[in-house]
Design a protein around this ligand. Sequence first.
Ligand code: Z57
Length: 815
Amino acid sequence: MPKNLYTKNALKEAIAGKLQRHFACEVADATKDQIYEACALVVRDALTEHMIQTQNEVEKYGERQVHYLCMEFLVGRSLRNNAYNLGMLDELTAALKEMGYEMADIFEQEADPGLGNGGLGRLAACYMDGMATTGVRGTGYSIRYEHGIFKQKIEDGQQVELPDSWLASGDVWQIPAMDDTREVRIGGTIDTHFDENGKLVVEYHDYTPVLAVPYDMPISGYDTGNIARLRLWEAKSPIALDMKLFSSGEYLKALEKHAMAETISMVLYPEDNHREGQSLRLKQQYFLVSATLQDICAKHKAKYGTLANFAHKHVLHINDTHPTLVIPELMRILMDDNDMSWENAWNITSQSVAYTNHTVMPEALECWPVSLVQELMPRIMQIIHEINERFCRDLWNYFPNDFQKISRLAIVSDGIVRMAHLAIAGSFSINGVSALHSDILKERVFKDFYTIYPAKFRNVTNGIAHRRWLCEANPKLAALIESKIGKGYRKHPSELQVLANYGEDKALLAQLGQIKRDNKLRLAEYIKEHNGIEVNMDSIFDVQVKRLHEYKRQMLNILHIISLYHKLKDNPGMDFVPRTFVFGSKAAPGYAVAKKTIQLIHSIANMINNDPDIGDKLKVVFIEDYKVSLAEMIMPAAEISEQISIAGKEASGTGNMKFMMNGALTIGTMDGANVEICEAVGRENIFIFGMETPEAEALAASGNYEPMLIYQNDPVIKRVMDHMIHGFGDGVDYTDLANLLLHGGNGGPADRYMSLKDFSSYAVAQERVGEMYRRPENWNYMSLMNIANSGRFAADRSVAEYAQNIWRVKTNFAF
Ligand code: Z57
């Protein structure tokens, strides 16, 4: 890579050149925004050059490619990441300094693209980084939502959603590729018949044409010319509106179709781990799938003249079931547009598709009414019916006469299409995202599918982009690490393990503590500025940042905070290790319990933060509008990472890995990847509590769980619950949430996620946290062990496992 071209002076000159050509201004007169854009343009030039080169190589060598389809890519900001990966961050920082700017200030000008909700979308972005770095020829495909995840405002303690428009300043990184525009057909009717040669003819009538216009984001890898491309499709209407048609009534019809087409890429659905079932969402899914497949197939045919070798050259990876329509859509293209037989088309399709499952939550498993699929994509529904019929015949061979089981496993049943069943039937691989989750899929959720297709099931434990989350987000820690073990871990993250040899290095442990303190200070300043709260720098920074969902149990954290408050009120002079509890979380706009929980956090924060008896021993902070760029500041400042979902529900978690890598200690249940984090660091370097999966599942299934008994027998819990029922002095009524815990509601059982059941063991674990914190050297040692053992959670490792075990493509990553 031609790094040496990017000297400080060359960069200064290039930036000045961009300012002149794009804004007709000189450095001295430029705004920060213009400086940002000029920097971005300079960095982009290097990327596009790499992108062309990568594309040429793919074209030339015809290597097998990975196509990663996902409804969300939460990429985060690009400037710093690309500058780092290209090896020009230091020079750029120096260049800007000489021009009178702080690099960090300039980064802040960039919009944080919110093209995702949470873990799923951020994982996809981390894998793009991993693919680029490990040399996988990969393309991500998604939708260029005009409005990403909403911007969260807190008013009177309540979440208010505002539209987010990220495109204005995010534009720099997207390169339009108009020549690859495709047409997707929505709705209408079809007419199928055989022509005189016995060939199937499918005629489409009255459908709505939607143009899919691609924009490409080059995703850089670290120290490599290989670029992963993120192709974002924008929906446009090809229908020209002609007023002359008004009197014939055609005008209104055209107008309607025009509006429908352009709505498709208007907004990201803000539900995480929950399906919404809106027809617009299904249109979005088909739009993504159809545009992507047409694109891949057209290029493949241009090169090989046939699709017969498609499965050798491509893997279609579907991230969760949202893009499952790739299966019938590829069947359609192969049969209808390329005259292939069903058998040949099915072989190619099912050898090309791989599926990752990300959740076991029943309310997130996608089901679509046959009537809706029929209405929006009639040909696709026909094909799904045929897939289902053939699949059910297969099932009959495995489970003869077991009608019940067959209808339970069918793809179409009771007028519903089950997307996960379609994904399993039509793919060659299905994987979970942590060891525990993959076992649950095999043993419970997809048990019968596992008996039929044992060889299809795999595990790939999630991983995170360690350069973004450690090297870039926590440069001081990275510098300390590099002073001991060198820079090799940037490409070979398992080398972090070498740090474990420094457990006795008192100076290092002290430096680790000092860096944490510096990062805490930066967060404290942010909190002072945005929340007006002065936090105690000697307190434990105890952080829970993630989507708000009952199964993630922010409630358990809250109940415990209330109990600590009671303890301090009873005994203000007690020897107490001070804590700052930090929350950051968005709630789906239609998820009432989640929104009320955000309000509850604000009510207890007001009560506690303003109580003179409490002083700076306890503070509760809610960070508004949690997003990737804020996470990059919060993770390095955390000392305790809250990963407290009820066991068996969090498929993996990835925040848990980011915290660990930045030296926070985990307090958590044996859920998702926490299990593997525990294994990696050892029981003595983590705070594990609560029921494990078998116990939690058995208790839920027994129907014998009675939180009222816990309430009656545990005075600490009783007092907390009574307080909640009584209210926190601001007039807001929380009996609804209290009732949900004690008595259930909406037809559900009481305390469905069993917070009260795990409360006492959580409180004991928290007690231990406080005691451990009294011995800083010990604490820093534990922190070091967490960092040292975090290498296995790098996305490079996950991607290399996908490449080896699922995609069958080469990487340059050494295990
Ligand atoms: C989402 O963020 C996840 C799963 C889903 O099915 C949907 Br929809 C959204 C998350 C899981 O909840 C996490 O446990 C997991 O770490 C993440 O996906 C990435 O695999």
